[in-house]
Design a protein around this ligand. Sequence first.
Ligand SMILES: [Fe+2]
Length: 292
Amino acid sequence: MAISSLGYVRIAMRDPQQWADVGQNILGFQSVTAEDGSVRLRLDEAPFRYLIEQSDSEGFVATGWECSAETFAEIKDRLTESGAPLEEGTEVACAARAVQAYISTKDPSGNLVEIYHGRDAGDEFTSPLGLNYIAGALGLGHAVLPAPDHAATSEFYREILGLGLSDILTLPAPMEGVPEMCIHFYHAGNPRHHSLALFNGPAPSGVVHLMTEMTSVDDVGACLDRVNEAGIPITASLGRHVNDGMVSFYFLAPGGIPMEVGFDGLQFDWTDFEPTNSTVGDHWGHAYNFPE
Ligand SMILES: [Fe+2]
């Protein structure tokens, strides 16, 4: 058995409210501030999908992966056998994540990974902007992680977490003296084309991007208007990806976290699926523009 979905992400901020403002006013997430100053951002019935923690440094902290108690035990065994670092979540840390139990480890590229089971639904979800998201059993969306140690990191998610390969995208080197770009896309035990992608290079904030999926192209367009009105940098124009069919744009959220806001992502029955190889990233659009 495999991981069922990407359940949460953790982000560190000197001022968590800065992220909360973007989460609420730009993305339409429901924001709940805890006593310790951390912020839980919700986009469905889950207790939270984004945990914004108060810290001296800023950036991406961890992905949190949901699975059954049975799969949890199997993953723990495989981690122990592999000799990977392994820590059990304390009672306090489990409560902060609203889970029964979790373990944390690091993938071969150094990304912090948490695996949990037993997460209760939270209160009823209400978006301050009246929005809905493609989430629930499909998880929060997807995360693209830096994986300079590409082969070993890819093997880790495939063999230890049991994620399934969806697509390998290879793109020519963006400039001379730089290797070609290669991204491995992985699905969990749900129909979303990918819950994780691994990029064969570094990412300054600790994450290449996070994706949240809305329920109409108009919701994506209205979000693009809010980003422009707020003067927030757009890091990729509107476009449609080839492999997951997502119509999306990207902006730079606080902490240097690039966010993809999309609609129309493809969903699959994985029973007889054969992984694909792509050499083109987009049908149209997605002109990239990273601020210096
Ligand atoms: Fe993406």
